[in-house]
Ligand binder design. Structure first.
Ligand code: Q46
Ligand code: ZN
Ligand code: ZN
Length: 303
């Protein structure tokens, strides 16, 4: 994505060259394009309307803050939600950038702490547990997102998953033929049994485009990555996807667009039925009486 001299539309100095579209753009036309890609995605997948209040999950990184900024620019009503994971300096800095953004644009930011809810931070939990950090963290984060939305009385959660994330996830699931996960991979998952609707408005924008959007709009964000992300399989998959894109531009967008069209052909192997957790009352697909979050909580108490 090297910079190019002249914008295709106005012939002014180029800010970015979008290789997958063979398109050089100036800063102004690049910003317009990003906004219109997101607007089209929201409409196409009937994500939400201007009447809704969208709860934006923000980590303090480039993708989620770009998402919040874009939705705000497009005139949607938004509130931010930051979940404090308790992962040392990484979490501290993430929270600071989320707060900085909220202050700058005078937007409401809700903070929820895992330690408050669970009695243990992710870091402490990982030290005590035999499970993989990302599996634990994923469960806890998903639970907290749903719980926060319910507590706040909001029923749409938007996350900053981008084109690269979606490609890596799809490839990972296909390599293992995880039919249930493949079927659930979609830019919008409807509200079900008291769980908020989940939407991913950035699925057609790459990480690099979002990085450049932050630069163009002077959005300050953290570049730190989670201490547990090193060596993660998802990062290896991202590298592989980038290698293919480098050699064959537009592979990522074709892969994802094509998949969304045929996703219904992947029939799930089981229909997960939700029931209320006997302890916290949140909907859960767990076959046990308690949801996985409450089982973790119980384990911590008994230690
Ligand atoms: S899941 Fe894993 Fe992330 Fe949690 S432990 Fe860090 S890398 S933050 S997206
Ligand atoms: Zn231009
Ligand atoms: Zn529970």
């Amino acid at each position: 994505m090297a910079r190019q001299k002249r914008c295709r539309i106005c012939k002014r100095e180029g800010f970015i060259y979008l290789r997958h579209a063979n398109l050089p753009l100036c800063k102004e036309h690049f910003i317009k394009r990003v906004l219109s890609v997101v607007q089209d995605t929201i409409r196409k997948f009937k994500m939400f309307s201007k009447k809704d209040i969208v709860l934006v999950a923000v980590s303090g990184g480039k993708d989620s803050l770009a998402l919040w900024h874009i939705l705000h620019q497009l005139g949607y009503k938004t509130e931010g939600l930051h979940i404090e994971l308790g992962l040392g300096q990484f979490s501290e800095v993430s929270k600071q950038y989320s707060e900085l953004f909220a202050r700058k644009y005078e937007l409401k930011l809700h903070l929820f702490s895992i330690k408050d809810e669970l009695g243990s931070s992710i870091e402490e939990l990982v030290k005590k547990s035999y499970e993989k950090p990302c599996s634990l963290c994923g469960t806890v984060k998903r639970y907290m997102l749903n719980k926060a939305a319910r507590t706040l009385g909001l029923n749409i959660i938007a996350t900053g998953h981008n084109l690269d994330d979606e490609c890596a996830r799809l490839l990972g699931n296909m390599l293992n033929w995880e039919l249930d996960y493949i079927h659930r991979q979609y830019p919008v998952l409807p509200e079900e049994d008291g769980l908020a609707k989940k939407v991913k408005p950035l699925v057609f924008l790459s990480g690099k485009e979002l990085q450049m959007y932050c630069e163009a709009e002077s959005i300050e964000h953290t570049d730190l990555s989670c201490p547990y992300s090193k060596g993660a399989r998802s990062l290896a998959l991202l590298d592989i996807i980038e290698m293919i894109e480098e050699k064959y531009p537009a592979t990522k967008i074709r892969f994802i667009r094509g998949f969304y069209k045929i996703r219904d052909r992947f029939i799930p192997t089981k229909q997960s039925k939700l029931h209320e957790c006997a302890s916290c009352g949140m909907p859960t697909a767990s076959e046990k009486e308690l949801c996985r979050f409450c089982r973790i909580k119980k384990r911590i108490k008994n230690e």
